[in-house]
Design a protein around this ligand. Sequence first.
Ligand SMILES: [Mg+2]
Length: 248
Amino acid sequence: MAVFFDYDDTLINTANASKAAYESVAELLKAEGQYASEVDTIIKAYRELLWSTPNDSYKVETPKKIRVKLWESSIQKCVHSKSCSVNHIRELAEKLYDMWYTTRLGAMAWIEKETVPTLLSLRKKYKLVLITNGSSVIQWEKIKKMEAQKYFDHVLVSGDEPYDKPHKSIFIKACTLCGVLPETCVMVGDNLATDILGAHNANLLASIQYTGSSKNKPSPGNLSNDSASPRFTISSITELFSVLEEIY
Ligand SMILES: [Mg+2]
């Protein structure tokens, strides 16, 4: 028996931290008078570019290098004034990245005050594995910031593996590491297209969708048609105790 957990917006408040980060970036852009009217378009352009950046890019270049370039492209795309020099845009892009990075990491927290106590308590009974999608550097940075590793028997980041969730391979690896069969394991996550579909792909015993994140809009993954229905839905992590009792 093992319980697998997603990280972003299941255990930590990634969406909230990102929101705070974009708000501080918007303030910074507003303070730069000439971009004041384009603040929303620049940020929207950046977010689109960020979403379309494949995880593999981070194996070649650092997140900072890639993301400064994305901010540069976003500003260039939205600002048509000839008065903005390339150097100025580069400098601004670096400032925006630093502001975004510092605010986001600084605002990162466990979603619920019960999150850590629940993990500690569950670990007495079950093996726990963290299974998170994303580039190795970026995910490990968030894991280290929260010292999340100490609450799990194993941590798997898709950037270190051949495939992201919902591919079954990362789930099967988690089972192998724990020395258990997939049909005895449960996956807990917020995303239907990665966590819940992945649990189905790997033939796990059950999937549990966590809906307690402050994230109002579904993530792009949740908008996909390729999703599955969870067997259980919980809005607080503490509901896991009764749900797991029912499952096992
Ligand atoms: Mg998630």
